[in-house]
Design a protein around this ligand. Structure first.
Ligand SMILES: [Fe+2]
Length: 423
């Protein structure tokens, strides 16, 4: 059934068959019912989006997001049987796609802008995915320092920070005042803080070695070098956005922060060692925290997580918390071979961004993508104090979408964001 869209807009009252202006991408040229139980919408700019009957019905009557006639207390509504759905009259009325269903006389309405933003034809879905930009260290070294107070007080500046984190997974700010829990003022703008190994807000203070020359531990509270890692991979869902704000940093050499783009390392691994990439993106490895009697945390997670399109969406990696492996025997050697190849890409020279955080400077980074490390230092030479906290990525993304809508950036709000190092 081929139909021209009928536009009953109270503004123009004209049909849309000659096409709306290009500046109105939600305008419709044509509607067509396809034989495979879809309705094709040809937009004013010539693009076509196709929506399955059952998708339209489910979105419309969904109790949470639908705009249908669902009443509180209605029983659970099962999805329709696709083959049972028969659209009768399809039209565009007052900026909405209106379908009158012949099978049950229901009428659904979908606002055209919403339909366009949620189009799922493969090319349109791919176009809506956030375009992650991989980076080598030098690019971060040359990137701007954002102003702490401006980002906290100005929503446009805050959204600029959000976009930088969305696309590059790392940003840096300076000018933070010295105050107890100051890091929270920025993190609160992202969403609720989460509890982590350091509590809600941790202050990493390195302790001098004991009389025997032994450091208190091999973790953040030590002064020994820390290799590139993502935090707390031993949790099913590791911390999301990490905030490292320097209060003091030892005046002598050492204590440098080093950050690496795990996305770039994984992209290079896919190119240079495809077998290693295939292994790390398919086989969950065991991570563990059992540093004292109170800790028996174990998780299994893929070092490289890809989505349904093969795009890299998450990294989980730590030498210190890689647990006792329980893979099938024929996978043990390939696992360590693959980990070695990944580490070689990580330390491959140009990935590292190295900077010694000065007082009031802050690194914000996506712990599901960016690895961090620290050079060793002499804690007796002076204190090194870093305020740290984190916000889950879903909280950040929720805040990001709300702010994007508030600022009228609907395309940004509708972007599909990477799911992170889960699974
Ligand atoms: Fe860490």
């Amino acid at each position: 059934m081929m139909r021209q869209a009928r536009n009953r807009s109270s503004v123009s009252g004209s049909t849309a068959k000659h096409g709306a202006a290009m500046s109105q991408p939600a305008g419709v040229q044509q509607l067509e019912t396809l034989g495979d139980r879809r309705i094709a919408v040809t937009w004013a700019d010539g693009a076509t989006s196709r929506y399955h009957f059952v998708w339209l019905r489910q979105q419309f009557f969904h109790p949470a997001t639908g705009r249908g006639d669902q009443q509180p207390g209605d029983p659970l509504r099962l999805p329709d049987i696709p083959e049972d759905l028969v659209p009768g009259d399809c039209s565009v009325e007052d900026g909405s796609l209106v379908v009158r269903w012949a099978n049950d006389d229901a009428v659904t309405r979908h606002e055209l802008g919403w339909l366009r933003r949620n189009a799922y034809d493969r090319d349109q879905r791919l176009a809506r995915k956030a375009r992650q930009q991989s980076w080598a260290g030098e690019e971060v070294t040359e990137s701007e320092w954002l102003d702490w107070e401006q980002v906290i007080r100005d929503e446009e500046a805050l959204f600029g920070l959000f976009v930088t984190l969305r696309d590059r997974g790392i940003a840096r700010l300076k000018g933070a005042p010295f105050a107890k829990d100051e890091v929270r003022r920025l993190a609160d703008r992202f969403g609720a803080l989460r509890n982590s190994d350091f509590g809600m807000i941790g202050e990493i203070v390195s302790k001098p070695p004991d009389k025997a020359g032994r450091y208190a531990n091999i973790g953040a509270g030590s002064a020994v070098p820390l290799a590139a890692h993502t935090d707390e991979g031993w949790r099913y869902a590791p911390p999301g956005i990490n905030f490292h704000l320097a209060i003091e940093n030892t005046p002598t050499g050492g204590g440098d922060s080093m950050l690496f783009d795990g996305l770039l390392a994984a992209e290079r691994l896919r190119e240079n060692a495809p077998e290693a990439f295939a292994f790390l993106s398919c086989e969950p490895l065991r991570f563990a925290a059992e540093r004292n009697p109170q800790e028996r945390y174990y998780s299994h997670g893929r070092v490289i997580v890809t989505d349904q399109d093969g795009e890299i969406v998450g990294i989980r990696f730590s030498d210190r918390t890689l647990g006792v492996q329980d893979l099938d025997g024929d996978k043990i050697e390939p696992a360590y071979r693959a980990l070695r190849a990944f580490a070689i890409e990580m330390y491959g020279g140009d990935l590292v961004y190295r900077h010694k955080l000065g007082p009031g400077e802050c690194h914000v980074f996506d712990n599901h993508r960016v690895l961090h490390a620290r050079s060793g230092f002499d804690p007796a030479a002076g204190p090194r104090r870093i305020q740290q906290c984190s916000v889950d990525r879903e909280e950040f993304h929720n805040t990001y979408r709300q702010l994007a809508e508030k600022l009228g950036r609907m395309d940004d709000a509708a972007m599909i964001l990477p799911n992170g190092a889960l699974g």
